[in-house]
Structure formats: structure tokens, C-alpha cells
Design a protein around this ligand. Structure first.
Ligand code: GLA
Length: 399
């Protein structure tokens, strides 16, 4: 495992965007970038005011921007070799089911906020695996937002950047996601995981001990937040939340206890009961996980990850056989402290906490056993907690 691999690679992505922008638009452009994220624990809690513990990772989306003076916005994706132009003044909510919706959605959301957006050309390129549950969409949204805001000479606090980008995803693209991804992608801090209260947006930065590494393993089963399972789960959760609101006056599931849920069990469909049970218990696990990190109790942290996976699989029904296999294989390996599904679910990646000295062997074994069991070649990445986009910009990344 070469720890400098991703750093060199990201520099290459920046170089590619710069060259693509120059070739296409004839100017160098100013560069911005935003990372992807992985969630250590706290899944599907962020749209009911709950707790999450993500970290930004070393994959990034890079945006190069330059001004144009005809009120048009052009987005060019070097990944897809495609571009989309739109007239900023007349932009309405009209998603096209295309990668560019995330970028156009940010323009729309900034306009909704009353921010005046003038014409620009933008080139985008990233190395975030798509459909892997690592939040490639938030990475695009936040990179695009920072680039446009900088061109417009507007500085906004973290909460506002995250909220504007979430609105792009919820209301323009139509994915009913919570705020976790946009918040950590914008506000992550190097060497730190973040415990975020998605209701108050208060957060704690948590150091991860040197003796562990975070390994992300991609099951290669594609996941999507914009379609299917994610939206269904949200509807099921909302139905349960509505019952708890009516019976106990709990505005958000975050405030409800497992005892209250039990009392309401007969008043809601069994699916809603199970989904809510996952969320309420998961909030408790996130709090315990923070305590475990503070106490340096990795055994406890790992046990909480294992319990979180079981809950996501059994109560939330958002895993899949391949991901379960990947977790089971991981947990059999020497030095594996904890493993679970991460992100929206229904495929995507697992997150694994592994003792540093066992990491290389862990990756090799997991890949080989997963291929034997499923016939699928998994990608594995080792990532330290990275800076989010705002921290990168503050460190002078914009050139
Ligand atoms: C997706 C969403 C997030 C969150 C997770 C599940 O990543 O974008 O808001 O709901 O799923 O924890």
C-alpha cells in the first residue's frame, strides 16, 4: 500500500482538469475541489434530525471555472466527455436524469437563495467511484458551489453551503437525501472524523487513533440515492415518524425512544416499525461510538459497527447479499476491528476499521475471498480523513 498514491493521483486529476479547461475554453480557469466521504457509523439518521459520524476521504471532484459575459453557464465533464449549457436567468427546475443535474441544481439553488450568479464556463473531473455510496453527488455539488461563489465574490458559512447543496439534490435532482454528505464534504477536517448532529448542525471533530486505518471496499453493486430503495425507506420512516408525532408529540424521530416506538408498534406498518427501530438504535450507537473513540476503546467501536451493520441489514433492509458477504469476509480477517455497510445502502461500499500493521494483508485477503465467493472483483481503498472543500479553499487551494 503506497500512502502517497492518492495524493499523486489527485494532483493528476487537477492537472487534467486544468488542461481540459484550457483546451476547451482557452483560459486556465481557477481550480476548486471537494472530497467524497465515507460514513463510519450513523446510517439513515440524517433526515430525522439524527446523529452521523462521517469523514471526508481522498477521492475528489475538481472544478475549473472562468467567467464569460453572456449569462450562460457551460459545464464540461472531462469524465464523460460531455457538456451542457444553460441560460442562468431563465433556469427553471428541470432535471434531465443526467450528471449535469447536480451542477445545474446548484445554480438553481444559489438563485433561490437570491445570490446573483453571472456567466461562467466550468470543467469538472473527479476520481470518486460512481454509484459506490461515497457521495460523488455531494462532491460535485460542493465543488461547483465553491467555484461559483468564488467567482461571484460571495463567502458563506459551512452550514449555508451544505444547506444550499442539499437543496440542489433534494429539490432540483429529486433525491430525498439528508444533510450529512454535503456537510462533511464541505466541512471535513484532515485527520478527523466528525460527529454531526443533523438537527442543530453542531459537530465534534474526533481524532482516529494512529493504530488503525479505514479501508473502503466497493462491492461493485451499484447504489443510487435518486431512485428506488432510498426513497421507499424514507417514506416508510416518515409514516412511523408521523405516528410518534401524533401519539407522543415527537416532532422528529430523533427525540423518540425505543419504548415509545414499542408502544406505537401496532399503529404503524411493520416495515415502518422496523425502519424506525433501526434509526433510534443507530442514534444511540453513534453516541456510544463517540465515547469509545474518546476512551480509545477500539473493541467497543468495532462492536458498534458490527451491530450497526446488523441493524441496517435486518431492520432497515438496506443491505444486499454481496455487501453482507463482504462484511462477513472482513470480520474474519486478522486485525479487523469492525466492518459495516456505509452510505445509502442497496449495494455500494463497506467501511472497515483495521489495525495499521494488518491493512495490506487485509486488503489482499478480502479481495481474493470476495472474488472466490461472488465472482466479483472488489476495489479497496485506504483513506485517511481528509480536508473538506472549505478547509482546502482556506488553505489556498484555489489558484
Ligand atoms: C445517502 C444520503 C445521506 C444519508 C445516507 C444514509 O448518502 O445522501 O443523506 O441519508 O444515504 O445514511
Amino acid at each position: 500500500m503506497n500512502p502517497s498514491f492518492s495524493v499523486q493521483y489527485m494532483t493528476a486529476v487537477e492537472g487534467k482538469v486544468r488542461a481540459a479547461h484550457m483546451e476547451r475554453f482557452g483560459v486556465a480557469g481557477t481550480l476548486f475541489s471537494a472530497p467524497a466521504r465515507v460514513n463510519l457509523i450513523g446510517e439513515h439518521t440524517d433526515y430525522t434530525g439524527g446523529l452521523v459520524m462521517p469523514m471526508a476521504i481522498e477521492f475528489r471532484t475538481v472544478a475549473a471555472i472562468s467567467a464569460r459575459n453572456d449569462g450562460q453557464a457551460t459545464f464540461y465533464s472531462a469524465n464523460y466527455g460531455e457538456s451542457r449549457s444553460l441560460d442562468i436567468a431563465s433556469l427553471e427546475r428541470a432535471p434531465q436524469g443526467h450528471w449535469s443535474d447536480y451542477a445545474a441544481g446548484v445554480v438553481w439553488s444559489l438563485k433561490q437563495e437570491g445570490i446573483s450568479v453571472s456567466g461562467f464556463d466550468m470543467s469538472l473531473e473527479g476520481d470518486v467511484p460512481l454509484g459506490a455510496g461515497l457521495s460523488s453527488s455531494a462532491s460535485i455539488e460542493v465543488a461547483v458551489a465553491l467555484a461559483i461563489l468564488s467567482l461571484s465574490d460571495v463567502t458563506l458559512p459551512l452550514e449555508t453551503v451544505a444547506t444550499l447543496c442539499r437543496r440542489a439534490e433534494n429539490q432540483y435532482v429529486g433525491a430525498k437525501s439528508g444533510i450529512m454528505d454535503q456537510f462533511i464534504v464541505a466541512g471535513g477536517v484532515e485527520h478527523r472524523a466528525m460527529m454531526l448532529d443533523t438537527r442543530s448542525l453542531a459537530y465534534d471533530l474526533l481524532p482516529l487513533p494512529e493504530e488503525i486505518r479505514v479501508v473502503i471496499a466497493n462491492s461493485m453493486v451499484r447504489h443510487s440515492v435518486a431512485t428506488g430503495g432510498y426513497g421507499n425507506r424514507r417514506d416508510e420512516v416518515e409514516e412511523g415518524q408521523a405516528v410518534l408525532r401524533k401519539v407522543f408529540g415527537r416532532e422528529m424521530l430523533r427525540d423518540a425512544s425505543l419504548e415509545e416506538l414499542e408502544e406505537c408498534r401496532e399503529k404503524m406498518p411493520v416495515e415502518s416499525y422496523l425502519r424506525c427501530r433501526h434509526i433510534i438504535s443507530e442514534n444511540g450507537r453513534v453516541l456510544e461510538a463517540r465515547e469509545a473513540l474518546h476512551a480509545g476503546d477500539l473493541k467497543r467501536f468495532g462492536a458498534l459497527m458490527v451491530a450497526a451493520h446488523a441493524s441496517m441489514r435486518d431492520d432497515f433492509a438496506a443491505s444486499c447479499p454481496e455487501v453482507d458477504t463482504l462484511v462477513e469476509i472482513a470480520l474474519r480477517q486478522e486485525g479487523c476491528i469492525g466492518a459495516r455497510i456505509t452510505g445509502g445502502g442497496f449495494g455500494g461500499c463497506t467501511v472497515n476499521v483495521v489495525r495499521t500493521q494488518d491493512t495490506e494483508r487485509f486488503v489482499a485477503q478480502v479481495k481474493s475471498e470476495y472474488e472466490k465467493a461472488t465472482g466479483i472483483k472488489a476495489d479497496c481503498f485506504v483513506s485517511s480523513p481528509s480536508d473538506g472543500a472549505l478547509a482546502l479553499a482556506a488553505k489556498g487551494e484555489a489558484k
